[in-house]
Design a protein around this ligand. Structure first.
Ligand code: PXP
Length: 239
């Protein structure tokens, strides 16, 4: 049986669009847990475009399931992770100009560096996950660096423009998972998964956790919209 970890970055993105204090991603995390999520994920980016230091601090104090801090393996952020002690970190590549994480980490290009970062984090009691493309070489590299978990990047699959392309990309994911299983890595998957394209993953029982954000926040806006409007209608009606 797999579980869901909810990425709450986009709740913070909506807050940042106004530069005020709502909606609060910390409250969203609590609601996600009440609804059965078994983990909360937030990405503290170098430019703090959505989640900020205050959010991370409060999430550490309030998350009762498992706090997964997504991050670039950069000095400042590694320091914050070691100080905050999330349950796990997911190492991702990060570019200032990107709208969202665009691909998996190129672990094999910097084995010694990531080996060192992994050890530092694990020595502080933090589990380490590597966000990688469904590429055997990257999975093997993550294993060589001492990863506890690999999160397989499902973004290319999610973006496939035809059924045949989606099938091809899904097969790559399935093959990558076989390799990760052989290496005894714990397996997660995420990026771009929604209420339709996630269904295909039912056959991949080796995946322990799904990391999903955007589609949940998008759906929340729509399924919650009618109620929110009704409540405001009621409020002004009584004036
Ligand atoms: N996993 C990783 C490593 C990510 O960077 C993201 C996006 O923040 C997700 C999962 C969730 O992706 P989405 O928001 O498309 O569900």
């Amino acid at each position: 049986m797999a579980c869901l970890a909810v990425n709450i970055d986009h709740v913070a993105t909506i807050r940042q669009a106004r530069g005020i204090n709502e909606p609060d991603p910390v409250l969203a995390a609590g609601l996600a847990e009440l609804a059965g999520a078994e983990g909360i994920i937030c990405h503290l980016r170098e430019d703090r475009r959505h989640i900020n230091d205050r959010d991370l601090r409060l999430l550490r104090q309030t998350v009762k399931t498992k706090l997964n801090m997504e991050m670039a393996a950069e000095k400042e952020i590694i320091g914050i992770a070691i100080e905050t002690k999330p349950d796990l970190v997911t190492l991702v590549p990060e570019k200032r100009e990107e709208l969202t994480t665009e691909g998996g980490l190129d672990v094999k290009a910097r084995i010694d560096y990531y080996l060192n970062v992994t050890k530092k984090l694990q020595d502080s009691g933090i589990e380490v996950s590597f966000f990688v493309d469904p590429d055997p070489a990257q999975i093997e590299a993550a294993h060589r660096c001492g990863a506890d978990i690999v999160e397989i990047h499902t973004g290319h699959y999610s973006e496939a423009l035809s059924e045949s392309e989606a099938k091809k990309r899904f097969i790559l994911i399935a093959k990558a998972i076989e390799i990760a299983t052989t290496l005894n890595l714990s397996i997660s998957a995420g990026h771009g998964l929604n209420y339709v394209n996630v269904k295909r993953f039912k056959v991949l029982s080796q995946i322990k956790e799904y990391s999903i954000g955007h589609s949940i926040v998008s759906r929340a806006v729509l399924v919650g919209f009618e109620r929110a409007v009704r409540e405001m209608v009621q409020l002004v009606k009584d004036f």
